[in-house]
Design a protein around this ligand. Sequence first.
Ligand code: IMP
Ligand code: MG
Length: 186
Amino acid sequence: MIRQMPSSSPPRPAPPRVLISADDLQRRVAEMAASINRDYAESERLICVGVLKGSVFFLVDLVKRLELPVAIDFFQTSSYGGGTSPGEVRIRKDLDLPVRDADVLLVEDIVDTGYTLRTILDLLRWRGARSVKLCALLDKASRREVEVPIAYRGFAIEDLFVVGYGLDYAERYRNLPYIGVLEEGK
Ligand code: IMP
Ligand code: MG
């Protein structure tokens, strides 16, 4: 009989170091939702637009706390690789809903260089949204290359590569309930 050795699976890497705890995230998301509830109280048509996949966890927690009629929709983007300008953003999945005359709140996990958001904000305005504002959980301001105004900002962070609460490293770690930092060599 072949016996499975209990130690046959490779050791798992250490979990990422906690930068922002799950409790701190939930507290801040509640504060951001309270501001949005106040600011959009008169809005007739609010659409929260997320950028797949990173913003999903944040967007879901945020909209659950909105006491307004709100629709949700998603973009998916990717940057052109290999030799083209880093500022060229490709739309891989477009919105399903028309945004003309709607108040659009763009909900993002993190603003880094700003290229992705700049492209999407410009596109939403060009399509005739009544208003367009950005709500970003994390802001890595020191990395900014193009200006994007953030109307609702969760946390300012240093130039660290972070994972969790939607953010990934090679598609891993999105499901962590906190924002963590990968420590090299572990
Ligand atoms: P930007 O166009 O440079 O602002 O790109 C922002 C996108 O890059 C985010 O939506 C993330 O998908 C990704 N990104 C930037 N910084 C990080 C990070 O620290 N961890 C994980 N993904 C990141
Ligand atoms: Mg993203």
